[in-house]
Design a binder for this molecule. Structure first.
Ligand code: APR
Ligand code: MG
Length: 219
């Protein structure tokens, strides 16, 4: 991963550090988009209150609860379901990206992955949009990650070109590779296309900015 790895013990021994735990929930699926494009896996992410994509989870205080119990508590708030998370689901821990090179981050992020049955994932999606206390507030909505690539390039590449919180994009890409959910060459192609999309997005943003500039001068 892009960030410096810490063992669980090193992470917990860091005095003055804050801790955040997030999880990638996923399942296999036989379903097909438009009845012909295999969806293969359902991976859950969320549109956060800050407009960024991320994984469900949040801040945990290890002096009051275990990392896994804290993560389950966050999931109850954000997804409306008390999902048990165990130490075996832990993937890695690292310092969150620093906002400036001169002030290293005091936030340690712990990442988990949990495989579920398709029906359980669908149940989570239903609860997240109905009973979850954070729905419409800290969580604007759950989203599935499209793993396919359409003829015109639609699917994984445009998804990866969105803005993500912290190192959530690397956590996603790392998991896709490690769990063999997308072939490395397909992922490489998609990321190359994401970079191209990014430069088009910059042009598009300049056009929108020019529109607002014209409006501001008008009033
Ligand atoms: N990589 C690195 N940092 C991350 C990641 C990630 N993948 N995902 C989240 N973070 C950071 C967030 O920027 C935040 O600072 O971890 C911290 C906690 O994660 P959240 O999911 O945002 O925490 P949560 O407890 O759900 O929400 C509390 O309310 O008080 C505000 O701004 C505060 O973000 C916090 C939110
Ligand atoms: Mg959160």
């Amino acid at each position: 991963m892009a960030c410096g790895q810490l063992s669980r013990a090193e992470a917990l021994a860091c005095s003055g550090c804050r801790h955040a735990c997030h999880v990638m929930l996923y399942s296999d699926t036989e379903s097909q988009l438009f009845g012909k494009i295999p969806i293969r896996h359902i991976i859950l992410m969320q549109m956060r209150f800050d407009g960024l994509l991320g994984f469900p989870g949040g801040l945990v205080n290890p002096s009051e609860e275990t990392l896994e119990a804290g993560l389950s508590r966050e999931l109850l708030e954000e997804l409306g379901v008390a999902l048990p998370i165990s130490i075996e689901d832990h993937v890695d821990s690292c310092h969150a990206p620093a906002s400036s090179p001169s002030s290293p981050s005091r936030l340690i992020t712990h990442f988990y992955v949990k495989k579920m049955e398709e029906e359980q994932i669908k149940e989570v999606e239903r609860a997240a949009a109905s009973t979850a206390p954070d729905h419409g507030q800290e969580v604007l909505g759950m989203v599935r990650v499209p793993l396919y690539t359409r003829k015109g390039g639609g699917g994984l590449a445009p998804f990866l070109s969105h803005s993500f919180i912290g190192n959530a994009r690397s956590q996603l890409v790392d998991s896709l590779l490690r769990l063999n959910l997308v072939a490395p060459e397909d992922l490489h192609r998609a990321l190359t296309h994401s970079l191209e999309i990014h430069s088009h997005t910059a042009e598009d943003l300049k056009v929108s900015l020019a529109l607002t500039d014209a409006r501001r001068k008008h009033f």
